[in-house]
Ligand binder design. Structure first.
Ligand code: F6P
Length: 364
């Protein structure tokens, strides 16, 4: 029987989303003869009336789609349907309208591509409406649990590392301390791995507490060796030493991490007298072409998600573990987020390389 599958991207965009959309479309149409409906702007396309969607074809998802950034379907990382913001400032639960939209479109299953926030919302919708949900993890933050990696992380890591490659020569030329503030929301994976790959001297992540005095000490020790520049990577959600978060308010009134790089820069300048500059890598970590790794991962995830629907394995997320795609229960994934382990390989590798990564626990 021809199945009707909904496909949506939700949450912050990242590189590789279109490769996943292409893989789902090609595999479902060419190998199963199903119909794929691309839903616009995350769950918004199922909330609005008329419904906003486009039937996807193999021709539409051509070669250029494989290498393109962003998402062809559009996305949203706000407007939680369970606490949907109304124009008058009040909030309402509009979840049932999305569930109705799924049925109005006559869907047999929904494949959602998203991060931790989108997964929680879609899981809740699926439970409430008894919807057939299969999930593909994507996030530059790499904080979705039960998978070693999600679509978009590898490309974001390359960009954050390239920023350090470009900052190092200018830091050296001008005898400066360069601070690179990277994304990652509440996880420090991009900061830690790009810092190691880009030869940082100091890496600050939200999972490991730090002392400003240790940062100053690290910089002074570097100067004693005759080097008069240094590279610092700081994850956007690292707190100030007093425990306060550095954030600004979005136009919609919601807080957004911002400013920790400037805080660290000012403190370093005050304490060491060194000239500092801050580079906020920002959304370039999300945009642009996916690297080869993300294209291949997205394609493997897309194919596996379609196969899960074919096997009627609902409530599952495709996951990368030990060099292969497996599937895990969404109900397990939503239990926790994947954080940097202060005792993990990457944190201890940084320590062994003489990088200050904060006050690590005693080695077990
Ligand atoms: O979750 C992805 C992410 O890029 C985070 O790393 C970052 O904190 C956030 O989204 C930025 O969101 P926005 O696009 O709303 O500025």
């Amino acid at each position: 029987m021809t199945k009707r599958i909904g496909l949506l991207t939700s949450g912050g965009d990242c590189a590789g989303l279109n490769a996943a959309i292409r893989a789902v479309t090609h595999h479902a149409i060419k190998n199963y003869g199903w119909k794929i409906f691309g839903i616009r702007k995350g769950t918004t396309g199922l909330l609005t009336r008329p419904l906003e969607y486009k039937e996807l074809t193999v021709e539409f998802c051509d070669h250029s789609v494989l290498r393109s950034g962003g998402t062809l379907l559009g996305s949203t990382n706000r407007d939680d349907p369970f606490i949907f913001p109304n124009a008058d400032g009040t909030k309402s639960n509009r979840s049932q309208e999305i569930i109705n939209g799924y049925h109005e479109l006559g869907l047999d299953a929904l494949i959602g591509i998203g991060g931790d926030g989108s997964l929680r919302i879609l899981h809740q919708l699926a439970e409430q409406g008894d919807l057939n949900l299969v999930f593909i993890p994507k996030t530059i933050d790499n904080d979705v649990s039960n998978t070693e990696v999600a679509i978009g992380y590898s490309t974001a890591l390359d960009i954050a590392t390239e920023a350090l490659d470009r900052l190092q020569p200018t830091a050296a030329s001008h005898q400066r301390i360069m601070i690179s503030e990277v994304m990652g929301r509440d996880a420090g994976h991009i900061a830690l791995e790009s810092g190691i790959a880009g030869g940082a001297d100091i890496i600050l992540v939200p999972e490991i507490p730090y002392k400003l005095s240790s940062i100053y000490q690290t910089i002074n020790s570097i100067r004693e060796t005759g080097r008069d520049f240094a590279l610092v990577v700081v994850a956007e959600s690292v707190k100030k030493e007093d425990g306060e978060v550095s954030s600004i308010q979005n136009a919609n009134g919601l807080p957004r991490y911002s400013g920790i790089g400037h805080y660290i820069a000012e403190k370093i300048h005050e304490a060491t007298g060194m000239e500092t500059r801050v580079n906020v890598v920002g959304h370039v970590q999300r945009g642009g072409q996916p690297n080869a790794r993300d294209r291949a991962l997205a394609t493997a995830f897309g194919v596996a998600a379609v196969d899960l629907v074919a096997q009627n394995k609902m409530g599952r997320m495709v996951s990368w573990q030990n060099c292969q795609v497996v599937d895990v229960a969404i109900s397990d994934v939503v239990q926790y987020n994947q954080e940097v382990d202060p005792n993990g390989t990457m944190a201890r590798t940084a320590e062994s390389m003489g990088i200050y990564v904060g006050e690590l626990p005693e080695k077990k």
